[in-house]
Design a binder for this molecule. Sequence first.
Ligand SMILES: Cc1cc2nc3c(=O)[nH]c(=O)nc-3n(C[C@H](O)[C@H](O)[C@H](O)COP(=O)(O)OP(=O)(O)OC[C@H]3O[C@@H](n4cnc5c(N)ncnc54)[C@H](O)[C@@H]3O)c2cc1C
Ligand SMILES: NC(=O)c1ccc[n+]([C@@H]2O[C@H](COP(=O)([O-])OP(=O)(O)OC[C@H]3O[C@@H](n4cnc5c(N)ncnc54)[C@H](O)[C@@H]3O)[C@@H](O)[C@H]2O)c1
Length: 469
Amino acid sequence: MKKFDAIVIGMGPAGMAVSAMGAAMGLDILAVEKRKVGGECLNCGCIPSKALLKAGEANQIAQNLKKYGINAKVFTDTKETLGIVREKVGRINGKKMMKAFEKVTLLLNEGSAEFVNKNTIKVNGKEYSAKKIFIGTGTEPFIPPIPGVETLTEQNMLTNLNIFEQENIPATLTIIGGGAIGTEMAQAFSRLGSKINLIQMDEHLLPAGDKDAGILLEKKFKKENIGVYNSTKIEKIEVKDNIIYTHTSNGVFEAEKILIATGRKPVLEELKLENAGIKYNRKGILIDEYMRTNIKNIYAIGDCNGYALLSHAAMHQGMLALMNAINPLPLKFKRSKYFVPWSVFTKPEVAQVGLTEKAAKNKNLKYIVIKKDFSSYGRTVADGQPDGFIKVITNKKGKIYGVTIIGEAASEMIHEWILAIQKNLTMFDILMTQHSFPTISMLNKMVAEDWMMEKMNSTFLQKVIKFFI
Ligand SMILES: Cc1cc2nc3c(=O)[nH]c(=O)nc-3n(C[C@H](O)[C@H](O)[C@H](O)COP(=O)(O)OP(=O)(O)OC[C@H]3O[C@@H](n4cnc5c(N)ncnc54)[C@H](O)[C@@H]3O)c2cc1C
Ligand SMILES: NC(=O)c1ccc[n+]([C@@H]2O[C@H](COP(=O)([O-])OP(=O)(O)OC[C@H]3O[C@@H](n4cnc5c(N)ncnc54)[C@H](O)[C@@H]3O)[C@@H](O)[C@H]2O)c1
């Protein structure tokens, strides 16, 4: 049996990061992927969803040229849209990407990996062993036990696994879930012609985020004729004559197809974790701050540990785990040292890092909220994108606890705040950084100016200034 330096199970963003970096460092790596390199993110997650959102945006612009003073009659049909999305994914998943794994021994499509013991795995009856093992096996859709859900078929029940494989954009679509998948898919499909009703049990869209942002997104969705039903209990699902009836506490919704986007669950059974003594729970594989499982030569990275179900977090965890694994000194790359931002790519986009206002309140922090509306800035108004805001949770000293941005380019603007929070920079540092005008990021500086103005709005400070002028 050949012995490797490291085995990587699963080639999503987490596993790819370890494999590419490990091979570049000269390690002898075996990577096992039961389906496709790229994992959920490339094949049925981040990438196809962004391609579909882009197509929806193009259609929306084409249908609304009048907004820019352009008179045109545009006829669009979306028969080829999903095919183009698949073609784009195929193009990314090609030779160029695979070049990064040239030096990796790759078992692709040869079956699932399962543990034999803490240094050995088995794939398709053959055993392989290594000093270190990295598990990056991701998640799959969680389907809630709604009465009648079992009567749905692969043809009428969509999840992220089959939604991008559809031939046509459905005429009507009920979406269960108002999180990241539910909102992105609601807008993409609506803009491509589906009549959407989105139903969720939470109080506002993107329930993990800021309430005001969720409310503004809902307002924008309703303007685009997307039905949004919050705090709604789903009682049962019935299928009659190819129509799905979703019975809820807010009425009955009819649609040709239903998308279930109600969270995720880890894929652990086939790994036979018990053979290596690895502990796990319902949310995923248990890890410490260094990404290690209870078995010290085995790391669990990315979605399979349930910490942050995001591609950038998966890649980052892969990098940290590898750096810890090759470190002969006491371990030092701690997961919690690094802030995990998230962005949702609806229009307007929503981005978040650090604490929301609600979280700051729950922690009993002494905070102030500084909010800047996109409508107060010439560039966003000129672009026809005045809906949005930046909300910073800070204090009088300018410590930055958290930031929510909803609006054009929110997903790009958030990076300045991630760096600021991670490096303990303050509102004053943001204020004193020149931002190129008229970028949308200029709004980051403008919100810091508002913080300073609020600080100056003190009788004592104003007296001091008057004295010294
Ligand atoms: C529709 C959608 C949109 C998304 N959009 C975004 C986004 O915009 N931004 C973002 O940050 N995140 C997004 N995500 C989340 C993102 O896809 C995941 O966080 C990310 O893919 C997790 O990476 P991972 O490597 O942990 O796992 P995965 O990408 O799930 O990869 C795990 C891999 O392991 C393989 N595997 C599993 N078990 C075994 C086994 N026993 N043996 C061998 N192979 C195995 C699987 O086949 C899979 O390829 C989105 C998700 C969805 C569903
Ligand atoms: N842009 C991005 O970063 C992006 C995009 C898509 C997905 N993702 C990742 O994928 C993960 C999964 O996304 P998701 O949207 O499936 O889950 P989620 O956890 O974000 O949202 C779950 C939604 O389902 C609803 N829900 C759950 N059970 C329900 C029930 N029985 N009845 C009615 N509503 C119910 C909740 O109210 C909530 O709105 C997210 O955690 C996210 O990290 C990220």
